[in-house]
Write a protein that binds this ligand. Structure first.
Ligand code: 6GU
Length: 238
């Protein structure tokens, strides 16, 4: 998979590329390349943003700047680009990233991620250049870079060679093998710590019982997602 990331902070992605499972995938021929869209701006002094029409706080990324950068990279009108490859703009109000979307993106041979900053993108970028607008949750980050890294992490670990043990991806949370449910609980040695015992079935060596116990726990977790931990301070002072 070839991932291009349009960002004002290309150096941040060096850290991502050095992480073990990402590095493993990059060693198999996948790439993460960053395009600093300040480099291709047609404006003076590296300007990429401007004040919003209608007034208000913050700055907005300009459509002409993104167009120049996409054209310089791909040599085509960016309006046509999204017919050839997914062009994903990262914005807090977009489609929520989930395992389904991660799977869709992981199936693409090439991806383009657009990272906004400031108050966000001029709407015409989303309307005319992006194939998808994606959010990683209903809260506001200072820019799309961390969201782009989340997407890269989640997508690349799906690819062959990312994980040491290929089985780890098959039965992980939200996989088809677990009917889309979260993963079952894991335990390791010691079998008892401060009186907290590992469930007996896991020590039984009985593979079918273990498998069915795990399926049940996974289903339970899917049916009732966690709230605050029992006994933990909720921070609610009433
Ligand atoms: Cl994709 N961008 C920004 N700026 N904030 C976010 C987000 C994206 N997803 C959640 N919050």
């Amino acid at each position: 998979m070839k991932i291009d990331i349009f960002t004002l902070f290309p150096e941040w992605f060096g850290w991502l590329s050095s992480q073990r499972h990402v590095a493993n995938v990059l060693a198999t021929g996948s790439t993460i390349e960053c395009v600093d869209f300040r480099r291709d701006t047609p404006l003076t002094a590296g300007q990429v943003d401007d004040t919003p029409f209608g007034g208000g706080a913050g700055m907005v990324l300009r459509v002409d700047v993104l167009e120049a950068s996409l054209r310089a990279r791909y040599g085509v009108d960016p309006v046509q680009l999204r017919e050839r490859r997914r062009v994903v703009a990262l914005a807090p109000g977009g489609r929520l990233l989930d395992e389904q979307l991660v799977g869709e993106l992981a199936a693409e041979p090439e991806l383009t991620l657009l990272c906004g900053r400031y108050e966000g993108f001029d709407e015409r970028i989303l309307e005319h250049f992006a194939s998808d607008v994606v959010s990683i949750g209903r809260y506001v980050l200072s820019g799309g870079e961390l969201a782009a890294m989340v997407i890269c992490d989640a997508v690349l670990r799906k690819l062959p060679g990312a994980l040491g043990d290929e089985r780890s991806a098959a039965e992980e949370s939200f996989s088809d093998a677990l009917e889309g449910n979260p993963e079952y609980p894991h335990y390791t040695r010691p079998a008892e710590h401060r009186g907290w015992r590992v469930p007996e079935v896991l020590l039984s060596g009985h593979h079918e019982r273990i498998a069915s116990w795990r399926r049940e726990r996974s289903r339970e977790r899917g049916a009732s997602p966690p709230g605050p931990r029992e006994g933990a301070d909720s921070g609610d002072t009433g």
